[in-house]
Write a protein that binds this ligand. Structure first.
Ligand code: PLP
Length: 430
């Protein structure tokens, strides 16, 4: 596959941006080689600058559940842009988007719009601390909540330990109040509350993990999260930036029947434009400025373009839900991938919730970060390039979830499975 234009553009990009990118996952560090530069997306497909077509399973890392350049979304954005892109003042579109969110997500009574998932989690953490008057936050190793200083820690011990920052520039002070636990570890959670219960402002968790690859929560873990936070007066924050409107219209909380206190949203909620949101119980949300004292603001928050894309996306998901079709397509892909890996003799385990899934190169089920870390990332990298060279654009790290969109067809899925079969044969024989 010729990618000479991609190479040229990326060579220039490296002189302009750190690593040639505006977000690190795009640089392909986890799979080696150079990123593919894209020119266009339509439905389930992307075209690179050399004219190669790919079936896309990244979907901009989640937002494009309806496919790229979905006509109703494009039209809504075009229409809104003609009336001005931002006023820094209230608009009716904000009501419409917030109403869609409140109606969709069971635990959300009041909501605040922001510009990214990171902003949503950062603000939710601040609110949990402001509301409880406590400092400590519990997070789980391998869960990602955006690049918030206090959450950029992932020490790998199963006991509750004080976090060590994993990025230069994050001060020890910023992370000293972050307790790191292992995902799906009920005993660890109980121990942390027994030892630090009075200090814990909140627990932030991906209710289905996407950011160490797809990891499915146990029912016991989710209910322990709810019971222990409630008993100790801590705020339970579901980070549904990825799972919201993805695993179900009402997110993971509607799928598993757990009501968190606060929920963070992003990705799909903006229909491909920069939108995040955090919301929850009115009793907590009323502490946000100007109703309360917890500061949070944004010049472009709730701007008409972002709202238009979000409204067009959510209203279609509500009125013509694609979730059953997504389930069928995703099951077809999962079954095909497992069969292909089996035939190729590759150690594998597949995790899936609805239209997010990961084929792990490990024979052992992945329940948390230590089991995720056992995957053969070299074999994954060969698999990734095997797929790319056959016109399938897969998440460029073993530790990222893939997404199926409503624009994918059964023919796309079958083409992907054939490509995966060949790529897996190549991945294992080296
Ligand atoms: C993507 C993601 C974020 C960060 O969102 P950005 O819009 O990239 O800042 C936070 N939490 C989860 C679970 C995510 O998947």
């Amino acid at each position: 596959m010729n990618r000479s234009r991609s190479r040229e553009i990326f060579a220039r990009a490296k002189q302009l941006m750190p690593g040639g990118v505006n977000s690190p996952a795009r640089a392909f560090a986890a799979v080696g080689g150079e990123p593919i530069v894209f020119a266009r997306g339509q439905g389930a497909y992307l075209w690179d600058v050399d004219g190669n077509r790919y079936i896309d399973y990244i979907c901009s890392w989640g937002p494009h559940i309806l496919g790229h350049a979905h006509p109703p979304v494009v039209e809504a954005v075009e229409r809104a842009s003609r009336n001005g892109t931002s006023f820094g003042a209230p608009t009716e579109a904000e009501n419409t988007l917030c109403e869609l969110i409140v109606d969709a997500v069971p635990s959300v009574e009041r909501v605040r719009l922001v510009n990214s998932g990171t902003e949503a989690t950062m603000s939710a953490i601040r609110l949990a601390r402001g509301y409880t008057g406590r400092d400590a936050i519990v997070k789980f190793a391998g869960n990602y909540h955006g690049h918030v200083d206090s959450l950029l820690v992932a020490a790998g011990s199963s006991a509750a330990t004080l976090g060590v920052p994993n990025s230069p520039g994050v001060t020890a002070g910023a992370s000293q109040d972050t307790l790191i636990l292992q995902y799906n570890d009920v005993a660890g959670l109980e121990a942390a509350f027994a030892a630090h219960g009075e200090r814990i402002a909140g627990v932030i968790v991906e209710p289905v993990v996407g950011n160490m690859g797809t990891v499915v929560p146990t029912r016991e873990f989710l209910s322990a999260l709810r019971t222990l936070t409630e008993r100790n007066g801590a705020v339970l924050i579901f980070d549904e930036v990825m799972t919201g409107f993805r695993v179900a219209y009402g997110g993971a909380q509607s799928l598993f029947g757990i009501r968190p206190d606060l929920t963070t949203l992003g990705k799909i909620v903006g229909g491909g434009l920069p939108v995040g949101a955090y919301g929850g119980r009115a009793e907590i949300m009323k502490h946000v400025l100007p109703e309360g004292k917890v500061f949070q603001a944004g010049t472009l928050s709730g701007n008409p373009l972002a709202c238009a894309a979000g409204i067009a996306t959510l209203s279609e998901l509500r009125d013509d839900p694609p979730y059953e079709r997504l389930e069928q397509l995703s099951r077809r892909l999962a079954v095909g991938l497992v069969a292909a890996a089996g035939r190729a003799g590759v150690e594998h385990t597949l995790a899936r919730v609805g239209s997010m899934m990961t084929l792990f190169f490990s024979g052992e089920p992945v329940r948390n970060w230590p089991t995720a870390a056992k995957c053969d990332t070299q074999a994954f990298a060969r698999f990734f390039w095997g797929l790319a060279n056959r016109g399938v654009y897969w998440p460029c790290s073993q530790f990222e979830a893939l997404f199926v969109s409503a624009a994918h067809t059964e023919a796309d899925i079958d083409e992907t499975i054939s490509a995966a079969q060949e790529a897996l044969a190549g991945a294992s024989h080296r």
